[in-house]
Design a binder for this molecule. Sequence first.
Ligand code: AMP
Length: 504
Amino acid sequence: MTTENTTPVDTTAVDATPVANGFAVLGLAPELLAAVADLGFTQPTTVQEQCIGKAMSRTEGFIDLMVSSQTGSGKTAAFLLPVLNTLLQQQAAAEAADKAAYEEALARGEAPAKKARKNPLNPRSFKAAVPGALIVCPTRELAQQVANDAIDLVQHCKGLRIANVVGGMPYQMQIARLQNADLVVATPGRLLDLQRSGQIKLDQVQFLVVDEADRMLDLGFAEDLAEIHQLTANRHQTMMFSATFAPRIQALASRVMRKPQHIQIDSPQEAHANIKQVLFWADDARHKRAMLDHWLRDKSINQAIVFASTQIECDGLAEDLQQEGFDAVALHGALSQGLRNRRLMALRRGQVQILVATDVAARGIDVPTITHVFNYGLPMKSEDYTHRIGRTGRAGRDGLAVTFAEFRDRRKIGDIEAYSKQLFNAEVIPGLEPKQRFAPTSAPRSGFGGKPARPGERRNGNGGGGFGRNTGFGAKSFGPREGGRGGFGGPREGGFGDRGRPAR
Ligand code: AMP
């Protein structure tokens, strides 16, 4: 006879065991740990693990850091968390000192001075902002993204104020928002304008972060950076983040940093292991368009960015796609900031499916629902290819990066392969195979494994192959997709007033 065991089993015991948050060991303040947990971050990424402790350590003062890390690696929190942590500690120490002074004054029987109340809407009560930390970013979009991340991280911190300073915003609004800012995230041009007009003082900046330093140099901000370096000469720490440690970045680092420690996180190809990359050779522009149209009807697309080479191509393509019933809008640097913000917001909210963008405008976009990136116009620089494809596969998801190239683009394709140390998989779409035959010319230079891939040929393939013949490993054809125009349901309605208007 078996006796039933009536001892109650505590089924909650296992579930109730708190999952250890990997950030706890990094020495961050409880307010920041709470914010990290709210964001759903349970383990620091590699760059966070390597940077946060080092950036906060203070054996002989703060250490300057030079970090090579891709977007998508968690680099923003890697620099924000240590800076915010130190600002919080300083704030707590200042509050404790104020409290002690207040109590001493009371003990002496003195009436403590009342703080003057400021009217936040009255420009005459504005005082120059004196931030303790400054993050400079190459583009407005990236600066806004970083500022938003910072706001998320300080949600449990009382009194730590974040301000965003970017061009294209009304000055008065920006000046009002700058009031009492502890951490300012800025693009260089507007920052220096506000500094020259006395709205912001940079001499109390203790922490300077230069984000996407490589891009800063590309966009011609070297002189602005030199000026910011001079204006923040009293700072304790500089951190510089860049996709590469190219010689020009090293030279910049040696000008603005003191014996920086180098942290190299990942190479371009390792950073994008979750992003599948494919290449389609095209006979000409019309063929390329046909393949793009085919792809945009793919039902697996949630949201996509289509990259164009120029602003004109960007506007033209977005308009064409709208005409064909696609839910597409353009984003590029010539559009007003308000319009860019509205379009980005619509993308984030899922109110627009396809963003046709230039490199500069799309830099830093962090929308996890972007499943596909299409390189319609190839990037001018190989580094930009890496930044482009990093717009998909965000927050641990998978992504697909599709590149269309005409035969005359083969040198650029070779350069991208050399830079990313990764070969493209050339594929064909049945019914849309390239017809052109490969015309042998002098093989263009490539820094990786000799010649760049020829159309229809794998680098390690055996023999030439006609243009468009798929001879290599990993080659795959995509079956014809069903559905005509707007296979994903056609244009969506509502919430996005700018759609359809000609881009300015
Ligand atoms: P970033 O490289 O800073 O652009 O970050 C890329 C994405 O990763 C953003 O969507 C972040 O919110 C997310 N992220 C950053 N740190 C973590 C983490 N420790 N765990 C999960 N996601 C993270």
